[in-house]
Design a protein around this ligand. Sequence first.
Ligand code: UDP
Ligand code: MG
Length: 320
Amino acid sequence: MTMSKKQSGARTSQPSVGVVIPLLNEVSSLSDLIAELEAVLEPYPDYQILFVDDGSTDESLSLLREMSARDPRIRYLSLTRNFGHQLALKSGLTRCEADVVISMDADLQHPPNQIPIMIDAWREGYNVVNMIRRAERTSFLKRLTSRFFYRLINAISDFEITPGSSDFRLLDREVVDLIRQMPERCVFLRGLIPWLGFRQVDIPFEPANRRHGEAKYRLTRMIRLALTGITSSSIRPLRLAFIIGATTSSAAGIYAIYALAIRIFYDAVISGWTSLLIGMMLLGGVQLLMLGVIGEYVGRVFLEVKNRPDTIVAETNLDE
Ligand code: UDP
Ligand code: MG
């Protein structure tokens, strides 16, 4: 059964559509977002919008309660505290029962009018539809760091992530069920989904500017996400220690022969302090750096083996 679906060509059925939207303090975007989504989803007879409130401290949750009381197709899930965008998104995905599940941001940077295009691609037989940011509109710094990050991650991992990938995508039911089974807490969906390896398609889109509020992804958050991305996709950085070790040992061997040779044949000694200090600091630095790399992995092993649930739900109007 699964095989035939995996290899299926065009799909013609009218799927049930789920839209999962993690949000943190987005009260000022919500009304616009819901209005736009309702307009776009109108032609689909069976849809559900599932908001995941990631510990908002503004009025987002009370607005969600209000909106969902008015329309049963609007559902919400409220986490006990801020767990971070990736985990909020994962907990929404695992609770969405629709045939096709679309994830997007709440700040209207991911335009709802792309949804029909995404569903059309699904009808053509794709299991994953990735929406790719066109770079022109983003700031120079974001473009540079993002490019560097994707280069790095593609160099060290065994799959390709298209630069400009975002968490704006459509997933087929089969893919969502697999994500639901993934036990990991350190999730990087942009790496996990290509790893699953279904039929995927990339569609470029023009990101809108944020209309209200401000971006929650500050630099430290981006770095944390990048580290999770790298450590959850590959263990190649650990091999770096071996390569650096082999290189420095060879260099040290050559240098030792040279130092001994001039001592024995010319009775000369390389003068002390500067060369000693440089050597010591360099080696100390490299050792600490490699300990840090190992520490990143050990820390994540620790987080995974504790086996805690990845999020705690405080309140929801989903039937569970
Ligand atoms: N978000 C979240 N939890 C967080 C941070 C952000 O649920 O801890 C949500 C946020 O409300 C938005 C989406 O994740 O819907 C993307 O965040 P943001 O717009 O700040 O990031 P950017 O667009 O700069 O990548
Ligand atoms: Mg945004």
